[in-house]
Write a protein that binds this ligand. Structure first.
Ligand code: ADQ
Length: 731
């Protein structure tokens, strides 16, 4: 990590545990993922860690004073919650509604569940605490599903703050997410952040899909523009504290423990499960898979021991109490059926164990069985790999855990397929040593490289960068004074080339192609600019030659049609094709576009000499965008081997020959124009960014509108562009 910033970390639970020992308050560090990962960042920064400290009601006032002193020394800020708030916000809404919903387990949501109001109130309480501890320049990093409204609430009060949000659990597919009655509030809440982080690309895609389906908000790959503010989406797979697991793994005491666990198994192979006792972790089906294995071949009874460690979790929630009974009954039934006088196949331990004991178990296991029915990441899988410095041991991993996106050398299983899992367990137990080692060493490479510190460092670096690229103020128009300076500079240029985009830059964005011809004022303005001494005006458009001819034919402009495929150097010059391209593919793609046009009222096809576009600006916004996404993915597959670029922008999908870009126009101009020259390019969309990127550093780029741009200047709309150009023409 580079330079430490003042960092405010915000999580539901604080990374500490408060205990009373002989009347005195003890504050100890909690171990585990986020706590360990962020402790270093917290200690290096001058900031604070805000969160719920647990129940403090039992402390006397003297003890409370002592606690406050100890917390302040560690820059920890307790956000206190009443018993009823904990019941409603934490147990009720966060763990009762959001947790099962985000893990696709809809039948676990209690009928009549509510508590939304308390969720909102507690989120507001967290936001208050952040605002109270914020100082200009602080980075704010908010964690997880309990606090999804906090980024938005903080943004309202601190518009300039740099806010990151990381979701530790899956973001579900939009069809599931939309079940939530407060879905829009949640999305708006998260969008208050500048950077939103997920464990995997699929969660990021689900989130982007939800933005489109529920808010009609388009995003492009890793960013969306919300009220003129750019919000970044990013994938940051969380890792584990590899160093501390490796250290424990090489500790002779831990190794002796591991040997003792193996001796106790008396030659049986050890299968290991380690989870919080949570219904998302797939324990019941995992037990059934072990049962299926034992049934399939009686000889396994004396050859395996399955150790299942279950750490008590959310014990006050009724759903979890019932679930515990279900798991324990299944263990009892299987042990009853397959146990012998001397031993039972399943050793079930309902408790938390120390990190040393945990690593001893990881080291003793022949196969680690991690089969959640849905899991944001799953750190247990990575902890197992981090502990296996001996390069041995097999990881059996659910394909529905986020970790499976990175850990391809594990034996991947479908956690709902009990027979398939039983077969995979058999495969794990009989795998030869060479294959085990090859797989494990590959797994280790990735787990070691992407550890918890790297995760935190990458997120914070991205948060810093998005602040540098797109602080809210950078998306505002350039000040009138700076624009006046620019005008003076262009006015005095020895030779001036104006590169003007048409739609959205000189006229408003039209609702359909062909609808916005230039008005007489614009024609006069362009004529006046072209008549300026030592000035050349290039008009750049995606439109057809015929259209540009009709509108600007007799004027002394250089016209570029179809994004630069065609050029006409002056009124008395012919059109020239600037690249040789094939258009044979157009006839193949046309029927697909026609099919979408038929099923999307208001949409239409625009065909040019060597390109074709499907426009849906006039269609119903939500349905049009949905159809466009569908079409985009159909085209992506159909055209993958063709020399065609698919560009989605301004409510249109544009297909055009590869290599025809506005950047090329700049290259051509630079080749032919005498020096010195000042080029000033004006544009409003992504095509124009190609143009801006190709400009030499002495040139000027002016972005029109509020999207993210590389341009050094910004004007709010086409009217401001015209006013600026009129000032230049009228000198
Ligand atoms: P969790 O659902 O808590 O985390 P996980 O990532 O597996 O799931 O972390 C569990 C932690 O608890 C591990 O560090 C493990 O060592 C520890 N643990 C489990 N059983 C234990 C036992 N009996 N004794 C001691 N320790 C035990 C949420 C998401 C995950 C995501 C993490 C981090 O649900 O998908 O990976 O956050 O983002």
């Amino acid at each position: 990590m580079s330079r430490p910033d003042r960092l405010l970390i915000v999580s539901n639970r604080l990374p500490i545990t408060v205990r009373l020992e002989e009347g005195s308050v003890q504050v100890s560090h909690s171990s585990g993922g986020v706590a360990t990962g962020l402790r270093g960042c917290h200690e290096r920064s001058e900031g604070a860690w805000l969160g719920w400290p647990g129940d403090l009601a039992r402390l006397s006032s003297a003890q409370r004073t002592e606690l406050d002193r100890k917390l302040a020394a560690q820059r920890i800020v307790p956000v206190e919650l009443s018993a009823s708030e904990v019941r409603r916000y934490y147990e009720g809404f966060s763990n009762g509604v959001l947790w099962p919903l985000f893990h696709y387990l809809l039948d676990r949501i209690p009928v009549g569940a509510s508590d939304w109001d308390t969720y909102r109130e507690v989120n507001a309480k967290f936001a208050d605490a952040i605002v109270a501890h914020y100082r200009p320049g602080s980075l704010v990093w908010i964690h997880d599903y309990q606090l999804m409204l906090v980024p938005g609430l903080v943004r309202e009060r601190l518009p300039e703050a740099r806010i990151g949000f990381f979701l530790h659990i899956p973001f579900p597919a939009p069809d599931v997410f939309r079940i939530l009655p407060w879905r829009e509030d949640i999305l708006h809440g998260i969008l208050g952040a500048d950077l939103i982080g997920f464990h995997t690309f699929s969660y990021q895609r689900h989130f982007a899909d939800a933005l489109l389906h529920l808010l009609g908000l388009e995003s492009s790959v890793d960013r969306a523009v919300v009220g003129g503010r750019e919000v970044r989406l990013g994938v940051f797979p969380m890792g584990v504290d590899v160093e501390s697991f490796e250290k424990l793994a090489s500790d002779p005491g831990v190794q002796a423990d591991a040997d003792a666990i193996r001796r106790d198994a008396a030659g049986r192979q050890i299968l290991l499960g380690v989870d919080r006792l949570d219904y998302t972790k797939g324990i019941p089906r995992r037990l059934l898979a072990v049962e299926r294995l034992l049934e399939s071949d009686p000889s396994w009874r004396d050859r395996i021991r399955f150790i299942q460690l279950a750490v008590p979790s959310r014990t006050k929630i009724e759903m979890y109490q019932g679930f515990r009974r279900e798991v324990e009954e299944t263990v009892g039934r299987i042990n009853g059926a397959f146990g012998t006088v001397g031993s039972v196949p399943i050793h079930y331990l309902y408790r938390s164990v120390s990190p040393r004991r945990l690593v001893a178990l990881y080291r003793a296991a022949d196969a680690m069985v991690v089969t959640p029915v849905r899991d944001g990441m799953n750190l247990v899988a990575k902890e197992f790999v981090a502990s296996r410095t001996d390069g041995d041991g097999v990881l059996v991993l659910s394909e529905l855990a986020g970790a499976s996106a990175e850990l391809g050398e594990a034996l991947l299983v479908n956690p709902y397929d009990v027979s398939g899992m039983a077969a995979t367990l058999r495969r794990a137990l009989t795998m030869d040593a060479t294959e085990r080692t090859t797989r494990m060493l590959n797994l280790r490479e990735r787990v070691v490289a992407q550890d918890i510190h790297r995760w935190a460092g990458q997120f914070l670096e991205a948060l810093r960068q998005c602040a540098a690229v797109a602080p809210a103020r950078a998306l505002r128009p350039t000040s009138p004074e700076r624009m006046e300076d620019l005008q003076a500079r262009l006015r005095h240029a020895t030779r001036l080339v104006l590169l003007l985009d048409y739609d959205g830059t000189l006229v408003a964005m039209p609702s359909a192609p062909g609808l916005l011809p230039p008005d007489p004022d614009l024609i006069d303005l362009l004529a006046a600019l072209a008549a300026r001494p030592k000035t050349t005006v290039h008009l750049v458009s995606g439109r057809r030659r015929e259209t540009l001819d009709r509108w600007f034919g007799p004027m002394g402009l250089v016209l570029w049609a179809e994004h630069g495929l065609w050029r006409r150097a002056g009124a008395d010059q012919p059109w020239e094709q600037m690249a040789s391209v094939s258009s044979e593919w157009v006839s193949r793609v046309r029927p697909m576009l026609e099919q979408y046009t038929r099923s999307t009222p208001g949409s239409l096809i625009e065909e040019r000499s060597a390109s074709i576009a499907w426009h849906h600006r006039m269609a119903d916004p939500e349905y049009g965008s949905m159809q466009a996404r569908d079409l985009r993915s159909v085209l992506g597959q159909a055209m993958s081997n063709m020399p065609v670029e698919i560009v989605e922008e301004n409510k249109a999908i544009d297909l055009r020959p590869h290599g025809v870009t506005r950047g090329r126009i700049v290259e051509r101009i630079l080749k032919s124009v005498p020096r010195p020259v000042t080029i000033a390019a004006f544009g409003n969309d992504r095509e124009d960014e190609d143009m801006f990127r190709a400009l030499p550093s002495s040139s000027v780029a002016v972005h029109v509108g509020r999207a993210a741009s590389k341009a050094g200047y910004r004007l709010p709309d086409h009217l401001a562009v015209r006013a600026f150009l009129a000032g230049l023409a009228g000198d």
